[in-house]
Design a protein around this ligand. Sequence first.
Ligand SMILES: C[S@@+](CC[C@H](N)C(=O)[O-])C[C@H]1O[C@@H](n2cnc3c(N)ncnc32)[C@H](O)[C@@H]1O
Length: 305
Amino acid sequence: MSLGKSARLQQSSRASTAELTAAVRASHQRNPVRLFEDPFARYLCGWFWRLVICLRPLSWILIKGVLRAIEPVTLCVLLRARYAEEALESAVEKGIDQYVIIGAGMDSFAFRRPDLMSRIDVFEIDHPITQAQKLDRIRQAGWSIAPRLHFVQADLSKTSAVEALEGSGFQRSRPTFLTLMGVAYYLTAEDLGETADSISRNLPEGTLLVLDYLLDEASARPEHLLMKEKMKSFVAKRGEPMVSQYSLGAMNALMAAHGFEAVENLTLPQLEQRYRSPQGEWPLEIPSIFGVGTFRVAARSPETA
Ligand SMILES: C[S@@+](CC[C@H](N)C(=O)[O-])C[C@H]1O[C@@H](n2cnc3c(N)ncnc32)[C@H](O)[C@@H]1O
């Protein structure tokens, strides 16, 4: 089982969307009101984005000019990163000690959080092209790789995440925390269901999966529909068409059909209420374009076990 045909993206674009989200986290570090702290992100960007981040006028032209219509989407990238990391912290407190980042991209968790790295094994699964680029940048930055950090190269259009973990030191018998951030919208519902299925069939009850996804038209606020279309066209032009969207209820139903129960599932504007900063408001409104949820592998009934 695998992520399927919908994940067969153009080779160069895989690394580029991973880099784009790292660039969002990196440029956010200049903002006095922070949604997410990531001082490591800039080192995981290539020369172009580093230049943009360093040169404020260039950054201004790009973000306020070229990308203006979709600028609020950058807040979604930050919100989802914070949500996933808080969910992980809570899972670790409850005893989970394996963390699998599916489609890890330029995620800097393993370098930013030595406090958690000493307590858990982290498995970063990514396409060989993106992962090779990341490993190069890690070498250039001179960072050392923690003993409990494991890099797993896999083309998830050909193999499932669970199969890819084989031989990496990952233990299927232990409840695990997995994330699928910035990936679900590039998969058909069928492929996402297959991914969920392979996790729920092979990993124990209590395993948690956190993912973000695109909200369907009926769930997004009308004033955000144009932004959503512009964002879809922006990523499609880079070879990564977004092919699936859901209401909160449809996502709960999809996950339930594949062995998961919802711990929580909410829109990003709902999530934002949790993160209102005492230092001030975010500079932009959070658009109602994405949902994010935590799903737990449910107890198997005797018929499905
Ligand atoms: C938009 S990035 C998200 C990166 C990161 N999770 C984040 O939230 O910033 C999508 C990631 O999925 C990975 N990916 C896409 N298609 C893949 C495939 N067929 N096999 C493995 N990884 C894939 C890309 O390499 C990239 O790292």
